[in-house]
Design a protein around this ligand. Structure first.
Ligand code: CMC
Length: 429
């Protein structure tokens, strides 16, 4: 219940709008009845001032650079937790007891294999397909393979779909990669932890033994954790919008993957590393900074800026530390791409344009550097983001389906097209 109201005056008529107070963050004007009462819509392209739902999952304070999952700060989770524990937290709202953790790990682990028939489905793609293209298709096709978990009104089926998606996404991402480089698929190995299993599926080959480096597995796990959820971003809102029609969870997650692919969102990690390579040497940085500032040039510094974070991106802080550790471990601290990245970060953070517009390096600026050092090609960066974010999408989707207020998402519009006119026959035009 709202205990405060705001008054909106339109043509000398007052309308009382309830003001809702969240646990944290700014108050929210409830305009749900506005159209019915006042016959007006609100206009907010890009949803910069609009809350589309209430949620208990993730909180972001963009000014303070804070990100919490279920109240726990991301820095603590990245340092002390594991990705699977974070998955449990996001899905069920609390940290698990040791027994709950064992049970959850066992359930995820037993679902890591994909239906054998799916191998044929992969083989229908061109070898040079981008792994994101393959993933959109294969994840969408999961609803054709797992009929017994597509009924959104059945709580048990929703639960099975959630576990299947979390368990199988690493397998699907690794298969998309293996297919693109012409190597055989590697089956999941259930005695490995989640991150090690993914690394093994990506980098082992039948011809020789592959030992997962535990430090790299830990860095991989941290990348998964840092990307696990981010409240109502573009891909999550896409999943919620797709799900609001009652579409099955696999179709909804495929929609989320499609949205994530764009360079303004998850595709930025690939775009950022490609940009760093294009810059090539430190002396060319000023040229690219100048282009980023030039309004007539569509170029943007990839990996900089964020819709919500206007101080710093807390994920980037953790990712930067991880990048330093991984590069030192692998003995490639003097990597030229890293030199460009470090110098670019320094120059941009001191530049008036970037200071004034509050543009800071975001999570994608550093994740690509770590992933490249681990041996992933740039085309795998966004699939890794997608597999990490799957749990966030699913948690948000489950929250929406279980919400009695859930309605089909249906924004209105400000129509600026032609007024009514009569059809003119083709011969008379
Ligand atoms: N380089 C140069 N100028 C920029 C940049 C940039 N990376 N980002 C924003 N600006 C400028 C922008 O031109 C605008 O200037 P003006 O006020 O003069 O028109 C101002 O800063 C505000 O930017 P905006 O585009 O209105 O901000 P937004 O909230 O709509 O966009 C963003 C946020 C992340 C899409 C944008 O900053 C961007 O395209 N960054 C590069 C892509 C990127 O790194 N994306 C990853 C985001 S983090 C992970 C994720 O969410 O997936």
């Amino acid at each position: 219940m709202a205990d405060k109201t705001a008054t909106l005056r339109i043509n000398d008529q007052d309308y009382e709008l309830p003001i809702l107070s969240p646990t944290k963050g700014p108050d929210v004007l409830d305009i749900r009845k506005l159209y019915g009462q006042a016959d007006v819509f609100t206009y907010d392209p890009g949803f910069t001032s609009t809350a589309s739902c209430d949620s208990t999952i993730t909180f972001i304070d963009g000014d303070k650079g804070e990100l919490w999952y279920r109240g726990y700060p991301i820095e603590q989770l990245a340092a002390k937790s594991s990705y699977l524990e974070v998955c449990y937290l996001l899905l069920y709202g609390e940290l698990p007891s040791p027994e709950q953790m064992d049970d959850f790990s066992a359930r995820v682990t037993r679902h890591t294999m994909v239906h054998e028939q799916m191998h044929n489905f992969f083989r229908g793609f061109r070898r040079d397909a981008h792994p994101m293209a393959t993933m959109v298709g294969v994840v969408g096709a999961m609803s054709a393979f797992y009929h017994d978990s597509t009924d959104v009104n059945d709580e048990w089926q929703r639960e099975v779909a959630a576990i299947r998606l979390i368990a199988k996404l690493p397998t699907i991402a690794a298969m998309a990669y293996k297919y693109s480089i012409g190597q055989p698929f590697v089956y999941p190995q259930n005695d490995l932890d989640y991150a090690s299993n993914f690394l093994n599926m990506c980098f082992s080959v039948p011809a020789e033994k592959y030992e997962v480096n535990p430090a790299l597995a830990r860095a991989m796990d941290r990348i998964f954790t840092l990307h696990a959820d981010h409240e109502q971003n573009a891909s999550t809102s896409t999943v919620r919008l797709a799900g609001s029609s009652g579409a099955n969870p696999f179709a909804c997650i495929a929609a989320g993957i499609a949205c994530l692919w764009g360079p303004a969102h998850g595709g930025a990690n690939q775009a950022c590393l490609e940009m760093l390579r294009e810059i090539g040497t430190v002396d060319r940085i000023p040229e690219f900074i100048a282009r980023a500032k030039d309004k007539s040039d569509p170029f943007k510094l990839m990996g900089f800026g964020h819709r919500v974070y206007k101080n710093f991106d807390p994920r980037a802080t953790v990712m930067k530390e991880s990048a330093d550790e991984v590069l030192e471990l692998l003995g490639i601290g003097d990597n030229p791409v890293l030199q460009v990245a470090k110098e670019l970060e320094k120059i941009a953070l001191e530049d008036e344009y970037f200071i004034e517009k509050k543009l800071y390096p975001n999570v994608d600026f550093y994740s690509g550097i770590i992933l490249e050092a681990m041996g992933f090609p740039t085309s795998m960066f966004t699939p890794i983001f997608a597999l990490s974010r799957t749990v966030g999408w699913i948690a948000q989707w489950k929250e929406m389906i279980g919400d009695p207020q859930n309605k089909i998402g249906r924004p209105r519009q400000l129509y600026v097209g032609s007024d009514k006119r009569d059809y003119v026959d083709l011969t008379k035009r």
